[in-house]
Design a protein around this ligand. Structure first.
Ligand code: ADP
Ligand code: MG
Length: 402
């Protein structure tokens, strides 16, 4: 990865207007923010710039207003939560460019923070219209992108601005890029990847990319069923994409050619229905699944064997739960392996990076998210990175070689 500029390269910002793209697309219910994780992630960059005396202009999108002003999706709805997390007053500006923003910059003192309106009210945002980017840029002297989770989109506020202003990674973006680089860019080998979740079809590109990158590919969750079925195992009523048998075979062949060991479960937890602690619950060898049973989690022996594999590894990247973790006891394998990863990370023998909406929920459920080296909440951007794609918002930050 090329070197990218950070806030350390920004120099003296006293009295200067700095645009900062954050991810403030937080969940809301009854007019209040129900989860302020993203706001808390934004705080270090905003407070650092304010403390360095900048006039901080915060840009973000909110919901899907489709290029039109819609008061129900105004970013003014998050201002209370933002002020609460920052512990500072934040001015709201119902525009992102033009004379109103120019006047605001005139009024702000060094160290003040203003939140601009939802970027997606303007059709030029998602179209990445260079004219909109130039209009936004006209009121500032630098651009900081702190929203990795929006970096897979080439929008005016995530990519276009970096073409018209000196561009820098914010602290959250920097932490994310450094963690991802350690996990799949220039990782210490042996490297293991855990890929789980519901379906192979949603993660084909992830699997194809990983077989060329990692030494051990651990496949769990519903997608393991597709691989087992492709190998001739009868998976009964399990969630399984039988039409992807040839694709699964091709991935296994590519792994073998690349020297990547693929780990499929050999014991599994099955039941006749997906319900909490069902009477039909049992653990069996993968070859003993009955026609009316579903595989809902990995078995204890498989988890133990995977733990032994991870003990030999230096780096782990994890996306996707190993079982239907929302329903007990089908969370057991995910929780047990997550605890092993947490322990190995604490001991300093493993760099562990995880991401994905359900994966983050599962690690929180296991109570170990804080023990991983890095947990990405970026969702779509994290998956595109696992597919080996270049994210336009990240590429735009890369400095020319010195
Ligand atoms: P992420 O959001 O972390 O990328 P996914 O969305 O791909 O993960 O997958 C998560 C879902 O996969 C969970 O809802 C979980 O219940 C489901 N899942 C995992 N294993 C199984 C299984 N054996 N059978 C059915 N569903 C499963
Ligand atoms: Mg999901």
């Amino acid at each position: 990865m090329a070197r990218f500029r950070t806030l350390d390269d920004l120099g003296d910002v006293r009295g200067k207007a700095i645009l900062v793209r954050e991810d403030l697309n937080v969940p809301m219910a009854d007019g209040s923010v129900t989860d302020d994780t993203r706001i808390r992630a934004a705080a270090p960059t905003l407070l650092e710039l304010a403390d360095r005396g900048a006039k901080v202009l915060v840009l973000a999108h909110f919901g899907r207003p489709k290029g039109q002003r819609d008061t129900r999706q105004s970013l003014s709805m998050v201002i209370d939560a933002l002020q609460h997390v920052l512990g500072r007053e934040v001015m709201f500006v119902p525009e992102i460019a033009g004379p109103v923003v120019a006047q605001t910059v005139g009024i702000l003192s060094a160290g003040d923070i203003a939140l601009l309106e939802n970027t997606r009210f303007w059709p030029g945002e998602e179209a990445n219209d260079p004219e909109l980017a130039r209009a936004i840029a006209a009121n500032a002297s630098a651009y900081v992108n702190d929203a990795f989770s929006a970096a897979h989109r080439a929008h005016a506020s995530t990519e276009g601005l970096a073409r018209v202003l000196p561009a820098y990674a914010g602290r959250a973006m920097q932490a994310e890029l450094e963690a991802l680089e350690k996990a799949l860019g220039e990782p210490e080998h042996p490297v293991a990847a855990v890929v789980g979740g519901a379906k192979v079809s949603s993660k084909l590109d992830v699997l194809r990319h990983l077989v060329g990158k990692v030494d051990h590919l651990i496949i769990g969750g519903g997608m393991a069923n597709t691989f087992l079925a492709a190998r001739g195992v009868d998976v009964g009523k399990s969630l399984c994409e039988h039409d992807l048998a040839a694709t699964a075979e091709a991935i296994l062949a590519a792994a073998e050619a690349a020297g990547c060991t693929v780990h499929l479960p050999y014991d599994v937890v099955v039941a006749k229905e997906l319900a909490a602690n069902p009477p039909s619950l049992r653990t069996c060898n993968v070859h003993e699944v009955a026609a009316d049973e579903m595989i809902l989690d990995l078995g204890g022996q498989a988890v133990e064997a995977l733990g032994d594999v991870l003990k030999t590894c230096r780096t782990l990247v994890w996306n996707g739960p190993l079982g239907a973790f929302e329903t007990p006891p089908f969370d057991a394998a995910t929780v047990a392996l997550a605890r092993t990863v947490a322990a190995l990370t604490r001991e300093g023998s493993l760099v562990s990076v995880a991401g994905g909406g359900d994966t983050v929920a599962a690690l929180n459920h296991a109570g170990v998210a804080g023990d991983f080296t890095y947990v990405s909440t970026a969702g779509g951007a994290f998956l595109e990175w696992m597919e080996g794609k270049v994210l336009p918002g990240v590429a735009a930050l890369e400095a020319p070689a010195r």
